[in-house]
Structures are given as structure tokens and as C-alpha cells.
Design a protein around this ligand. Structure first.
Ligand code: TRP
Length: 446
């Protein structure tokens, strides 16, 4: 059977942007930035995106397109008989970890959407938005229903193949999301307290840089937000043909993703200060601040409907790319049909997610890492450890396993003046930085 392909390069770009832009930009970015000191974090994050993220994005997509295979198969194809394919296994494992918590949070978004549609959240519930949110996510089975619903949607799209669902959907909602977020950011700027919020986001408190954990947090956020280091972009790249040029596409994807992160920061932090919420309040941050802004806005309930609808869609276009990684792999190895593979894999991820969901309430006493609950622990392992390790391995593969000519050829960089610069980054700069950040976080330096 012929391998599936995108209909156009634009289709690929939209799907890849759809993968990149998601809960990571709004929900995760805002709370991680809030916990890690705002401006100093933003600065590090931007440096890592530009210096490590975008160059590695190009490497990852190049490997996929060159091999025309899934995350494990790609290494077996290009480097037969070597252990490089283990990188792919890490990717498959990460995909299970990430989607199991991603699906839970995306389920919350759909619940919020639904409660705006029926008007429940138009005005602050008794006890406030914060208490309402905690009550909902801590409920034993309520959030699980929404999680299940979200996973069914994800499975349905992957079930229908690469081209039909994803390409079409992204064309509609990426522009919608952009317009909405920018409008919300502008509104947020008019709130009392906006200046304080902007200062928090844009005026680095340099003392925050002395904490080793902030470097790892910024690196993890850069990888998570760019969908990097797990093989999602590799798998998407494998549905591209040689005619599509990669460098401009990956830069576009990276910049777009960063744009969405900054806009959502501008949207959220002024509101955080305006409503007296702690910027360091963790994962619930966006779910509490945004409803508070909407309540104050003219037609805010309506904005809430559209916003949470967009957020759910943005999550869906990301979750699809996460599920596609193991699905593409299992389909090839076990020769299962796409239909069967997507249903089975998605169901396993749903079951894993049950632990995450229960971890917000009934099982909140279970704290695998430090005092982090199940969600935060899985996120920490996947985003701060597995993704950067995956990225490191991809960088070493392209920089050291491939010859210079092969690497430049695979990434369409052969004739570009930036080619050698990119290769130097992939070969030396990115790996050294990733390793230093790890050592630093482990306490070996500094
Ligand atoms: N980047 C997405 C977001 O910001 C999440 C995501 C999709 C992802 N695919 C991924 C994260 C692959 C890590 C790896 O919401």
C-alpha cells in the first residue's frame, strides 16, 4: 500500500503548526512561566527556541522525510544494523506518557466549552472560578467522561488518515485561533493591573536565573511547545515528498508557535494580576484566570464559548499528532490496519490517562516525583527529560551519523548560506547546551 501523503506543503505546515500550537502555548506556557519567574523564563525560552528548537525541528522533519518511515523505522531505514532506532522507542514511550495527560487537560477544555455553551460559566459560580475548577477536576468520574470524549475525537481523526481530517480542520481553526487570541490579548491590556502583568512577563528578574531548575523548565517548555524530540514532527515529515523545501517551513512553524505563546502570555498575565491570582498557582492557572476575564467583558460569555472551542480544537490538532506517532509505528510493525491500530492505541492511552485524572482528586496523595501529583510527574518526565533526550539523540544522529553532505541534502540546506551554521548548531551547540542544562539541573555545575 502506498504511504500516505499531505495534499500540499501548506497542508503539512498547517498540520505541523496545529501540532505545535496547543495546550502547550496557553495552559502550559502560562503556568510554567508563572512558576519560573516570568520575564527571565521567557527570555531563556526564546533563546532555546531560536538556538536549539528551530534547528532541531529542521533535523527532525528531515529525518522523517528522508526515511519515509515512522519514528522507529526511520532509524532502521537510514542506519540499519545500528542502535539508533532506540531513539524511536523513547519517542513511542513519550507519546503514551504525553497523550495520557494531554487528553485529560483537553477534556477539561471541552467541559469548559460546554459550560459556556449552556451559560453555567457566564458568571462566577458560588465560591468563585478557582473553587469550581478544583471541584470539577477533583471529581472521581466527571472529568473522565470529557477525557473519554476527547480521546474518541482524537481517535476518529487518526482513524480517518493523514489527509482528510487534519489538513482540512487546521485550515479553518488556526486562523480563528489567531484572531481570537490577539483580540483577547488586546482586551487584557486594558485591564487595571495590566502594567504589572506585562512587567512580570517582559521585565526579567535576573535573580531568577540563579536557579538551575529554570533552565530545564525553559528547555522542556521549548521542546513541548514545538512538539519536538518525540517523533511527531518526524512522522509528519515522513508524509512529505522531496519537492517541498524544509527550511522555510520549519522556521515558519517555530515562529508561529512562539508567537502564540507570547500572545497568550500577554492575554493571561495582566489578568492574573488584575484578579489577584498568584502567577505561580500551577496547572489550574489558565482555567481560572480566563473565565475571570471573560466575566468582566461585554459579551464575555460568548467569547468564552469561542475561546474554549478554539482551545479544544487546538488541543485536538496536537493530540492527533501525538497519537499518530505510535499508530504509524504499530501499523508498520504489526501490519495492523489504521482503523484497528488507532482504536487500540487510543484506548490504551485513555486507560493510562485514568490515573492522571484520578490523580487530581481521589489519588491526589500519590506524588511520584517530589510533591508533584501524577499529572505533573508524568509531564516532568516526558517534557523535561525524555523530549530533550530525544532531541539530543536526533541532533547527534544528523550531526554525527550522517555525513555533512547527507545532512545538508536531507534538510534542503545544501545551497543555503545558513547551511554550515545550522549544521554547527546541530552538531555542537545544541547537544552541548542540552547536556549542560541537564548537568546543571542535576547539580553538577553551578
Ligand atoms: N506542542 C503541543 C502543544 O503545545 C503538544 C504536542 C503535540 C507535543 N505533539 C507533541 C508535545 C509531541 C511533545 C511532543 O500543545
Amino acid at each position: 500500500m502506498a504511504r500516505e501523503k499531505w495534499a500540499s506543503k501548506l497542508g503539512f505546515m498547517l498540520a505541523a503548526m496545529g501540532s505545535a500550537v496547543g495546550l502547550g502555548n496557553i495552559w502550559r506556557f502560562s503556568y510554567v512561566a508563572g512558576e519560573s519567574g516570568g520575564g527571565a523564563f521567557l527570555l531563556l525560552y526564546l533563546v532555546f527556541v531560536l538556538l536549539i528548537g528551530i534547528p532541531l525541528l529542521l533535523s527532525e522533519v528531515s529525518i522523517g522525510r528522508k526515511a519515509q518511515s515512522d519514528v522507529v523505522g526511520a532509524y532502521k531505514e537510514i542506519a540499519p544494523g545500528t542502535p539508533w532506532y532506540l531513539t524511536g522507542f523513547f519517542g513511542v514511550i513519550s507519546s503514551f506518557l504525553i497523550l495520557s495527560f494531554y487528553g485529560v487537560v483537553a477534556g477539561w477544555s471541552i467541559y469548559y466549552f460546554w459550560n459556556y455553551v449552556n451559560g453555567q460559566l457566564f458568571t462566577s459560580p458560588a465560591g468563585g472560578y478557582g473553587a469550581a475548577f478544583e471541584g470539577f477536576i477533583g471529581h472521581a468520574w466527571h472529568p473522565i467522561g470529557w477525557h473519554a470524549f476527547f480521546m474518541i475525537l482524537t481517535i476518529l481523526i487518526v482513524y480517518n488518515g493523514v489527509k482528510k481530517g487534519i489538513e482540512a480542520a487546521n485550515k479553518v481553526f488556526m486562523p480563528t485561533l489567531a484572531v481570537l487570541l490577539v483580540a483577547l490579548a488586546i482586551y487584557s491590556l486594558t485591564l487595571e493591573g495590566a502594567a504589572e502583568g506585562l512587567a512580570f512577563l517582559f521585565q526579567p528578574d535576573w535573580s531568577a536565573l540563579s536557579k538551575p531548575s529554570i533552565y530545564l523548565a525553559a528547555l522542556g517548555q521549548a521542546f513541548f511547545s514545538l512538539s519536538l524530540g518525540m517523533g511527531a514532527m518526524l512522522t509528519y515529515g515522513s508524509y512529505l515528498s522531496k519537492e517541498n523545501k524544509l527550511p522555510s517551513a520549519t522556521v515558519g512553524i517555530g515562529l508561529m508557535d512562539t508567537f502564540f505563546a507570547i500572545v497568550s502570555g500577554i492575554m493571561i498575565f495582566p489578568a492574573v494580576f488584575a484578579f489577584g491570582i498568584q502567577p505561580s498557582s500551577g496547572p489550574p492557572l489558565a482555567f481560572i484566570t480566563l473565565p475571570s476575564i471573560f466575566e468582566q467583558m461585554p459579551l464575555g460569555g460568548f467569547v468564552g464559548i469561542v475561546f474554549f472551542f478554539s482551545l479544544a480544537l487546538a488541543s485536538l490538532s496536537s493530540s492527533v499528532s501525538i497519537l499518530e506517532v505510535p499508530v504509524a509505528y504499530f501499523m508498520r510493525v504489526f501490519k495492523w490496519s489504521r482503523h484497528f491500530t488507532s482504536v487500540i492505541t487510543g484506548m490504551v492511552m485513555f486507560v493510562l490517562g485514568l490515573a492522571v485524572s484520578l490523580g487530581m482528586g481521589v489519588w491526589s496523595g500519590i506524588t511520584p516525583i517530589g510533591d508533584n501529583n501524577i499529572l505533573d510527574s508524568m509531564d516532568y518526565i516526558a517534557s523535561n527529560i525524555l523530549l530533550p533526550l530525544g532531541g539530543l539523540s536526533m541532533a547527534l544522529f544528523v550531526g554525527w551519523y550522517l555525513t555533512k553532505d547527507q545532512a545538508l541534502e536531507a534538510s534542503d540546506m545544501t545551497r543555503l548560506p545558513l547551511g554550515p551554521v545550522w549544521l554547527t548548531i546541530v552538531k555542537y551547540v545544541a547537544p552541548v547546551m542540552i547536556i549542560l542544562i541537564f548537568l546543571n539541573a542535576l547539580g553538577f555545575i553551578g
